[in-house]
Design a protein around this ligand. Sequence first.
Ligand code: GDP
Length: 326
Amino acid sequence: MKSSTKSSSILALSGGIGGAKLALGLTHVMRSEKLMIVGNIGDDFEHYGLQISPDLDTLMYTLSGKADSEKGWGLADESWVFMQALEKLGGDTWFQLGDTDLATHLERTRRLREGESLSAITVDFCRRFGIESSIIPVSNDPVPTIVKTPEGDLAFQDYFVREGCKPTVTGFRFQGADEAEPNPELLETLRNPLLQAVVICPSNPFLSIDPILAFPAVREALRNCHAPVIAVSPIIDGDAVKGPTAKIFDQLGYPVCATAVANHYRDFIDGFILDIQDSALVSQINKMGISVELANTLMTDLNVKTELARSVLDFSERCAKRNLSL
Ligand code: GDP
């Protein structure tokens, strides 16, 4: 397995769609082999006997330029013959698996059963997809996200896809995170003196980033990291760009506001990137002891992704200098 620990200078923590957009931007403003992306595995599950890792695949498809840019997940120019045949047989079709995408899950499942780690398989898939950055799962152990609701616990994909995020959420559990082993490459990278910055992508804080932070050693390493940790808000002007982020903040009793995102990460971030529409919030976030940068964070096309990535890197350099002078 290719080890990138020694050479990674930017580490990004990411979920699927929002995180992958910024990760793609980063590959356009730095040497992509210097970028390591840690993917969320809380969404992973077994379906039809296949091991599915939705966020790792979204990252892999996006960074290789093969993603369906409309949907944000899955592959472009996908066909759905398998799903149509399954439906005719009365099978479960609530989780959509495209024909080409199926190959990823089949091959991942076969190799996991033969004893290979999820990390090694992901690194190899990325190489075959022509991706120069490293995408690694936060752990090789399964740590599934469990959604707590007034009616009881739900497996993540039952909540997210089968029930379309309709149940009211009262909290989350990351099953087994205390005992699971975080990816050693991630911990080594966080301790590496050559690391220049950690970027918390604009992903869902509860569903995409918290499952990574749930590993006590990861959170601890982030708190002790010498490099600046910069988060980009997934909430713009009091709403999420996509998905249930805003609804979850509200249901858990937090204001739907970028300030609440900064507050969520305040024990380990040095800097926070706010959308230009949220300039009124700068002083509130500064009061938490967090530096703030304003940028256009609505990544509607590759130019904005690239510009935002450049702002993240410039801002992280300024935060690093500021940390040194303190
Ligand atoms: P998922 O795992 O596929 O749900 O993906 P993520 O957790 O990575 O992304 C979902 C989050 O990304 C939501 O909270 C969105 O508000 C956020 N998001 C999506 N696109 C953008 C964007 O262009 N800009 C910003 N700032 N946030 C975005």
